[in-house]
Design a protein around this ligand. Structure first.
Ligand code: ATP
Length: 257
């Protein structure tokens, strides 16, 4: 089942097109990894996939329906976002923040029910942040906040997840745990699109990789054919080594300093 499709999508801000010609589709159980240099348009594209920015032209389809015609709550039942930066303005606790992920399932003027509390508690448990549940979000480290935002997206229970650099603030342990969580979501049949500045993650996890260069998809396909040393060198403008590690089966990707 195709959960996300873009057709001739151009995206950007009022008066400024950042990218164009984007043709993507994502099926249930698929992981797509988006690689691209700073400013290439990853966050802007993601905001457009969520309907937070209108398409400049072309279309975004969620489960076959044009996002421009879907109500906000309906979009949130179909797709969840883990934002790159979330400003913690009001000091909600982590438990409250994660429970907010349930909002699209709770009718207006109603309060969360036992199923909502259970989903939030499960998400907190899966992310290993039970010890932070009572802590205000304004008093978290960057990595702790990132884990809380992933938990909120899990609690939302959408079949499609969009994760904007979900491991950028995480230590090695939490990076691996988040990648394992993404694998588990894939095994459940969810579709995941994530951006990262670590191409090794694309090799470790993605069914397909898209290289975003100046707002255009320069290449799209399996990591071993798309995230090659030559392609990454072109993309980032520096020397890159890609090496399959004997024994572990994983692939190391290193810039040449
Ligand atoms: N609110 C905005 N209005 C106008 N232009 C913007 C706005 N936010 C970002 N841009 C511009 O849009 C382009 C794409 O930015 P975007 O944040 O999508 O890049 P990115 O690939 O996510 O980068 P990074 O890897 O640094 O997070 C950049 O040139 C940026 O300066």
């Amino acid at each position: 089942m195709i959960l996300l499709e873009t057709r001739a999508l151009a995206f950007g801000y009022p008066g400024r097109t950042v990218g164009a010609g984007v043709e993507l589709s994502l099926a249930a159980g698929e992981v797509l990894c988006l690689l691209g240099p700073n400013g290439s348009g990853k966050t802007t594209l993601f905001k457009t996939l969520l309907g937070l920015l209108p398409a400049r032209s072309g279309r975004v389809l969620l489960h076959g329906d044009d996002i421009a015609r879907l109500a906000r709550d309906e979009i949130a039942r179909r797709v969840a976002l883990v934002p790159q930066h979330a400003t913690a303005g009001f000091p909600f606790t982590v438990a409250e923040l994660v429970l907010m992920g349930r909002a699209p399932h709770i009718g207006p003027f109603r309060t969360p029910g036992p199923a909502d509390h259970a989903a939030a508690a499960e998400a907190i448990g899966l992310m290993g942040i039970g010890h932070l549940a009572g802590r205000p979000c304004t008093r978290l480290s960057g990595g702790e906040r990132q884990l809380a935002l992933i938990a909120r997206a899990l609690a939302q229970g959408a079949p499609l997840l969009v994760l904007d650099e979900p491991t950028s603030s995480l230590d090695f342990g939490n990076q691996v745990r988040v990648l394992e969580r993404i694998r588990a979501l894939k095994a459940e049949g969810r579709a995941i699109i994530l951006s990262t500045h670590d191409p090794a993650q694309a090799h470790a996890l993605a069914d397909r990789v898209a290289l975003l260069d100046g707002g255009r998809i320069a290449a799209l396909g399996p990591p071993e054919t798309v995230a090659t040393a030559a392609a990454l060198e072109r993309l980032y403008g520096v020397g890159v080594t890609v090496e399959r590690l004997a024994g572990s089966g994983s692939t190391a990707v290193l810039p040449r300093y």
